[in-house]
Design a protein around this ligand. Structure first.
Ligand SMILES: Nc1ncnc2c1ncn2[C@@H]1O[C@H](COP(=O)(O)OP(=O)(O)OP(=O)(O)O)[C@@H](O)[C@H]1O
Length: 364
């Protein structure tokens, strides 16, 4: 255990969230942080909002009331031009004492990334017809990694995603899947979700009669119960979800609408990412999150996904297009062909695909 000093200097918005650039002197890594000052100075909460990716991800350090003991001064300044006039801004200089977990400085005490998901020789059929779709999928995902699966239409990408979350349309006929050290295939779909697996569907379902806010609050409280945390009441949940709406760039009135009912294709996709932001997930599987998104929506959604990445969670995304991979940079790209992963590589695979199509995959 050690005590580090964080020097923070930037412009913030009172009663709100804004990224503040600061320096972590020991690691020399710039961080982007979000600072909230509900009752300055007594209840300042510091949240990690995003992080730099080079040369290495920053450590996970949670700033809670127990570990965060700020000594700082806040002085009001004239309004800063970067913020709308209605928000007063403050110049903040802070020296924070934060205890980090035991371990090396370079990895924040986490040690090497852990294996999050291991899929071995997974085979699966369509329950109703017995038609074989997955023909021995092998895949390992470590914490902090972003994997992308590409492949021809009908090669089994969505089926693989749905089998992982326990979709009833498919029956696993062989192989093994271990998620966070547990046999995933023995878990009920609900338990898989509570364990930290999230699937954003290619075609998100509508839930008539259930408001988005009720649905999200219910789902989030179920996850909190699983984690042994107290449930949030509607007011607390409102406070929790507001910054998430901002993150995904969704208007607050979407919370009052029934889940996905009447949403445009792009709104449904944003709503999926809002669900991910609210629920949090160790492994987020994003099935064609880019389909039907205009360029601004794609940027918003990608930004939100990147902001949700931490050194301990991972993303598995299915896509047909390189443009998503330019926004959310994958660690690995896999090609799925006839129900198995036939090739794994880096971003260069996507460029080859775009130029030459899938026929190039058999020769490169
Ligand atoms: N529930 C189902 N009933 C009947 N056939 C199915 C079902 N689910 C998947 N299939 C079939 O399995 C094959 C793989 O489908 P899947 O949706 O996994 O492909 P995909 O690689 O995701 O394709 P795309 O890129 O077009 O989304 C397809 O031929 C599809 O028609």
């Amino acid at each position: 255990m050690m005590v580090c000093t964080l020097h923070l200097f930037g412009f913030i918005k009172a009663q709100s969230y804004k990224p503040v650039r600061c320096t972590w002197p020991i690691l020399s890594n710039p961080w982007f942080l979000v600072l909230r000052l509900p009752k300055p100075p007594a209840m300042a909460l510091l949240h990690r909002f995003g992080c730099c990716t080079s040369p290495s991800p920053p450590p996970v350090i949670s700033f809670t009331k127990s570990t965060f003991n700020p000594v700082y001064s806040v002085s009001a300044l004239p309004r800063h031009r970067r913020f709308p006039r209605r928000f007063p801004s403050f110049r903040l200089t802070a020296t924070l004492a934060a205890e980090t977990p035991a371990g090396s400085v370079s990895d924040g005490g986490r040690g090497p990334p852990k294996l999050l998901l291991e899929v071995k020789d997974l085979t699966a059929v369509i329950s109703e017809s017995g038609q074989k779709i997955l023909n021995g999928v092998n895949l390992s995902i470590y914490e902090g990694e972003i994997h992308a699966i590409m492949g021809k239409n009908g090669s089994g990408k969505s089926t693989f995603a749905k089998v992982l979350v326990g979709h009833k349309d498919y029956e696993v006929t062989g192989g093994a899947v271990v998620f966070k050290g547990e046999n995933l295939l023995e878990m009920e779909p609900e338990d898989r979700s509570l364990a930290g697996l999230f699937l954003s569907f290619q075609s998100p379902v509508e839930i008539p009669g259930v408001s988005n806010s009720d649905f999200l609050q219910m789902a989030y409280n179920a996850r909190r119960r699983k984690l042994g945390l107290p449930e949030l009441d509607p007011l607390q949940f409102y406070g929790y979800i507001m910054p998430k709406l901002e993150m995904v760039n969704i208007k607050a009135d979407f919370l009052n609408r029934n889940v996905n009912e009447g949403f445009s294709g792009g709104e449904k996709k944003r709503n999926e990412i809002l669900q991910l932001a609210v629920l949090g997930a160790e492994l987020a599987i994003l099935d064609e999150i880019d389909s039907g998104l205009d360029v601004d929506a794609l940027r918003d959604v990608s930004k939100a996904v990147n902001a949700l990445m931490t050194p301990t969670n991972s993303v598995l995304m299915i896509t047909h297009y390189r443009r998503l991979l330019e926004f959310i940079k994958p660690t690995y790209i896999h090609i799925m062909d006839e129900g198995r992963i036939s090739k794994t590589g880096d971003i260069s695979i996507a460029s080859i695909l775009e130029k030459e199509g899938y026929k190039a995959m058999s020769t490169t």
